[in-house]
Design a protein around this ligand. Structure first.
Ligand code: PMP
Length: 443
């Protein structure tokens, strides 16, 4: 048991607050919690309190916190060859490249490795521009694609605002958000079609999350993604699917693109790629795109591209998904999760809509269900203080369940190993927490 001071922090937390920046935060509001242990779908703080990880940390701990095959592979690779420059290879890197070609859709076959989702998107943007010789990227408003200049420029949500003016040629389109937008999802596609026509032959790629993650778990209609690919190709543009959050079983399929039977031209991955045991990003492309770089230089690279330890973790993670049938499991237990969430919705008037597939679910909260008034404006996420939705999350935390939120939506994305009993336990905590938003509704 650690001692807490008047600021509520223990000595480690205080050291951390003094010397380490919190991300996406007013530093005065950062209150780091020391985590000392993590097992299965639970993690434990320095006071010995343990929590169900109902969001897989940042929607990335797809394997839970006890995937020993992955931790063993990391230790072994660090012993054998901890690092070599990217012009060398290792068995881990070569076999992971082969594995990604196997599990990703269609003929996607050649991968550029990096160390994060952000870098996976940066590589996708550059590859699309180099390959097509064009320089515009169309992405959507309700999206997040990363924090560095290129990837924040193609991000549509308010996190981009502080970094604007953005990369030239980053154009935003409307979203498939039937609940909260005046545009019907399929109509929004025709708008995008017209946008590309009006841009002339200057768009390198359309970049989307096949199922939008942090911006509210937006699940488009079945015909949406196939039609989007058609629109991109009609205008000589590529389709890039950002699978950083939706990938690796989250949706009950290997990738969000698989839900719609679409093979994008370029796909980005991170998070579930190693189950977050190591930082690893990947950008996979079709053979045609790969062939372009035979005699055109790929002017891109990082010291840690294809890091042996990260690749060993990625390979062991994918083998774990396969050996433990975790993708099928996510689909099955995801049905149960969906039913339990819908049950909550029936009991809590502040639940406006529930959305999702597999173990990728969102609960959107509203101040007034009839008029669908959100609790906070989108810009609130870049202002100080906590929103009602933050308070719902903190109440769930007080009751032993960690659940992330973004803008107006609770984001539920537990490890694919979660059991029905653990889901029940978390739902119980949410049942109490949602009283906070029920009480905050307009009279
Ligand atoms: N793309 C998507 C869809 C994401 O959800 C994220 C992270 N939440 C990123 C890119 C950026 O990944 P990272 O934080 O690993 O840089």
């Amino acid at each position: 048991m650690s001692e807490h001071g008047v600021d509520g922090l223990n000595s480690i937390e205080r050291l951390d607050k003094e010397h380490v920046f919190g991300t996406w935060a007013f530093q005065s509001e950062v209150t780091p919690t020391e985590i000392v242990d993590a097992d299965g779908v639970r993690f434990t703080d320095a006071d010995g309190q343990s929590f169900i990880d109902f969001s897989g940390q940042l929607m990335c701990s797809n394997l839970g916190h006890s995937a020993t095959k992955v931790s063993d592979a990391i230790a072994e690779q660090a012993e054998d060859v901890p690092y070599v420059a990217p012009n060398y290879t290792t068995e881990a890197r070569a076999r992971l490249g082969e594995k990604l070609a196997e599990v990703t859709p269609g003929d996607l076959s050649k991968t550029f490795f990096s160390t994060s989702g952000t870098e996976a998107v940066e590589a996708a943007i550059k590859i699309a521009k180099f390959y097509t010789g064009k320089d515009k990227i169309v992405s959507r408003y309700r999206s997040y694609h990363g924090a560095t200049y290129g990837s924040i420029s193609v991000t549509g949500d308010p996190r981009r605002l502080a970094s604007e003016p953005s990369m030239p040629g980053a154009i935003k389109a409307p979203d498939p958000y039937a609940y909260g937008s005046t545009l019907d999802p399929m109509e929004s596609l025709e708008y995008i079609d017209e946008m590309l026509m009006l841009e002339g032959d200057t768009v390198a790629a359309i970049l989307v999350e096949p199922i939008v993650g942090s911006n509210g778990i937006l699940v488009p209609p079945d015909e949406y993604l196939p039609r989007l690919k058609e629109i991109a190709h009609d205008h000589g543009a590529l389709l890039i699917c950002d699978e950083v959050m939706a990938g690796f079983g989250r949706t009950g399929e290997w990738f969000g693109s698989d839900v719609y039977d679409v093979t994008p031209d370029i796909m980005t991955m991170a998070k579930g790629l190693t189950g977050a045991y190591q930082p690893l990003g990947a950008t996979i492309v079709t053979p045609e795109i790969a062939a372009h770089f035979e005699d055109n230089m790929l002017t891109h690279g990082h010291t840690y591209a294809g890091h042996p330890v990260a690749c060993a973790a990625g390979l062991a993670a994918i083998e774990t998904y396969q050996e433990e049938n975790l993708i099928e499991r996510a689909s099955e237990i995801g049905e149960y999760l969906g039913e339990r969430i819908d049950g909550l919705a029936a009991d809590h008037p502040s639940v406006g809509e529930t959305r999702g597939v597999g173990l990728f679910r969102g609960i959107e909260l509203t101040k007034s269900t009839e008029e669908r008034v959100p609790f906070g404006a989108r810009e609130d996420k870049v202002s100080k203080g906590s929103t009602v939705v933050d308070e719902v999350s903190s109440t769930a935390y007080e009751h032993g369940t960690y659940v992330a939120n973004m803008i107006n939506t609770l984001i539920i994305a537990p490890p694919l190993t979660i059991t029905e009993d653990e889901i029940d336990e978390a739902i119980e905590a949410l049942d109490v927490a949602l009283e906070v938003s029920d009480d905050a509704m307009d009279a």
